[in-house]
Design a protein around this ligand. Structure first.
Ligand code: NAD
Length: 380
């Protein structure tokens, strides 16, 4: 029986510098009984040259050969569906809830679609596969560096012969994985950090990092399923925006990270609130997306300076701006998931398995992931 061929593609999305597989993962996959292909140049933008893959035991091929030969295509972002064929599997961050039609296309082509963003997050045996966490961790760190680079004052308290500079006051909204890393990073740079989240569990985590937790009087706790937040009602959201506005105006740097899975990100910072901030303040909206972000006036991938001198950065793909670390972590997540899916060197799909139930989106010609299937039913 010929060995399973697993191939990592060169990412095509603009600005995407990550790669799904790094050379250190090649021997691990080969030990699991599979052959590894990589597309020429796949790791180049993340500083992993083709020679390193070849030395590690991979076969470097062109794109056409890769898509023709691979039984399993590894990617970060989904490749164009027309490149994939029946019987093939694709493993990546496919964002099925934002892109249900693509999942239907893959199913119709007979492609097995496996998405790391469907992983159950609270399952401890799945932690090594948690790409949302590994990438959010990098994004949270990078968001602070971007903010510090844009903020035209020091972050730490500095006492020098030329005077004393006050520490920057940083507010982090949303204290999940990205928010907690942003808190830790801003603290390490010497800022005074406060944070807020609707999930009560976040409070202790924020405090354990040495930041102050802001409690809002007007909004009830809003923990949802699987450790995520639930969406707020319009009334709750308005109350949250109003109460947060007072806090935001007192901070120099605001980093927003709030997300509710499968929904547009909650709007937390209104245009009026931005107007109330001091000149020189910086906002990084990590939730900025085509669906909208946490900040009313942010635009994904763009930096705006308002008339009152506030710089609003609509963070684009922050993990792609640290592609070496991001790819290394992602590659470990992908290989851990792949090892879980392999049995005797073959992909073995079992939708009753809790991990697979979350990550397998399309299988055997249909969209099997319930939340994605529901979205497709609702689409006319
Ligand atoms: P996420 O990206 O979905 O959201 C980021 C944060 O925004 C969350 O903390 C959320 O509570 C918050 N948020 C959403 N709406 C908000 C609003 N209106 N106002 C304020 N805050 C709001 O979350 P995430 O970082 O992916 O983490 C999700 C959960 O998964 C967390 O509970 C995290 O602890 C958990 N998690 C668990 C494990 C594990 O147990 N192995 C691993 C990773 C994450």
């Amino acid at each position: 029986m010929a060995a399973l061929q697993v191939g990592a593609v060169k990412e095509a999305a603009p600005g995407e510098r990550r790669v799904a597989l790094t050379p250190d993962a090649v021997p691990r996959l080969r030990n699991a009984g599979v052959d590894v292909l990589t597309e020429a140049g796949a790791g180049g933008s993340a500083w992993f040259p083709d020679e390193d893959y070849a030395q590690a035991g991979a076969t470097v091929v062109d794109a056409d050969t890769l898509f023709a030969r691979a039984d399993v295509v590894l990617c970060v972002n989904p490749p164009p569906p027309q490149r994939l064929r029946s019987g093939q599997a694709v493993v990546g961050l496919l964002q099925p809830l934002l892109n249900p039609q693509l999942m239907a296309d893959l199913a119709a082509r007979g492609v097995t679609a496996i998405s790391l963003d469907g992983l159950p997050r609270t399952l401890s045996r799945a932690q090594g596969m948690d790409a949302l966490s590994s990438q959010a961790n990098i994004a949270g760190y990078k968001a602070v560096l971007v903010a510090a680079d844009t903020f035209e004052r020091f972050f730490p308290l500095l006492i020098t012969a030329a005077g004393t500079s006050k520490p920057a006051a940083v507010l982090v909204l949303g204290a999940g994985v990205a928010g907690l890393q942003a808190i830790g990073t801003a603290r390490r740079l010497g800022a005074v950090v406060r944070a807020y989240d609707v999930r009560p569990a976040a409070q202790d985590e924020v405090k354990s990092l040495g930041a102050q937790f802001i409690e809002l009087k007007s909004v009830e706790a809003a923990a949802g399923e699987g450790g995520y937040a639930r969406a707020l009602t319009p009334e709750e959201q308005a109350a949250q925006q109003a109460e947060l506005a007072e806090h935001i105006a007192k901070h120099d740097v605001v980093i927003t990270t709030a997300q509710v899975p499968g929904r547009r990100p909650p709007l937390m910072v209104t245009a009026d609130t931005v107007k109330s901030m001091r000149a020189g303040s910086v906002i990084v909206d990590m939730a900025a997306s085509d669906l909208g972000g946490n900040v009313e006036i942010s635009q994904p991938g763009q930096t705006i300076v308002t008339n009152n001198g506030v710089t609003v950065i609509g963070a684009g793909n922050l993990p792609a701006q640290m592609p070496t670390s991001a790819s290394t972590a992602y590659s470990r997540n992908v290989t851990a998931l792949l090892s879980h899916l392999l049995s005797d060197g073959r992909l073995s799909i079992d939708l009753d398995d809790e991990i697979q139930h979350g990550v397998v989106i399309a299988y055997d010609g249909s969209v099997v992931h319930e939340a994605t299937a529901k979205l497709l039913e609702a689409t006319p």
